[in-house]
Design a protein around this ligand. Structure first.
Ligand code: HEM
Length: 180
């Protein structure tokens, strides 16, 4: 994944737990890089190892780390120069969730090696929708829960997000019920 993702993990850990804990996590993850370059593509293994090490060092489950990270990503990208792109992607939660693929197409114009996820919305009512998440990567569904909750806060539409379908339940992708 692009360094922007690893930088966001670093930023989240440093802001909440300090430099020493970050160094401990990095060492446990066997990450040799001193700094990450946002626009450079790194092996996915680095990100997964950072999440695993953060979970061990902080005593949280990997799912909790991913969910917290997802929520943070909404704030982090806005502060790292992607605010206009986020603003252009929708004026409310539903519109934004429907535009996630278009948003990643724009990101892909800047990051040519991007391997973005894909999302679809179905069953839209005025209080809920069903969000479908397609990814070539494994294990990131808890991050989507945090991402959507973070977007709910951004749009003043606090929401509940329930992960209701996955390969475990016989689906070929992850499915979330989003209600506000
Ligand atoms: C302008 C804001 C955003 C930027 C710059 C951005 C950029 C990225 C980048 C760089 C990656 C790593 C993929 C790679 O390097 O190949 C990624 C992955 C991902 N993004 Fe975004 N993203 C943004 C907003 C969002 C939002 C709002 C969501 C909400 C659902 C989202 C959902 C995801 C997910 C779930 C992944 C994991 C990749 C996978 O499943 O394979 N992104 N994005």
């Amino acid at each position: 994944m692009y360094g922007l993702v690893n930088k966001a993990v670093e930023d989240l850990v440093k802001n909440n737990f300090g430099e020493a804990i970050w160094l401990e996590i990095k060492e446990k993850a066997e990450v040799k890089e001193n700094t990450f370059v946002g626009m450079q593509s790194y092996h996915d293994g680095i990100t997964y190892r950072l999440v695993g090490a953060a979970s061990q060092v902080l005593g949280l489950s990997a799912e909790q780390v991913l969910e917290t990270f997802g929520e943070y990503w909404v704030l982090y990208t806005a502060q790292e120069g992607y605010g206009e792109m986020l603003d252009a992607a929708g004026k409310n939660l539903v519109e934004f969730l429907q535009n996630l693929d278009a948003l990643h197409v724009k990101v892909g114009n800047l990051m040519s090696e991007l391997r973005p996820p894909s999302f679809e919305c179905s069953d839209i009512t005025d209080r809920s929708l069903v969000l479908h998440y397609f990814s070539e990567r494994e294990g990131l569904a808890p991050m989507v829960v945090g991402l959507v909750k973070g977007l709910g806060k951004k749009f003043n539409t606090p929401c509940q997000v329930n992960w209701v379908g996955s390969k475990k339940t016989g689906e070929d992708h992850d499915i979330f019920e989003v209600a506000w």
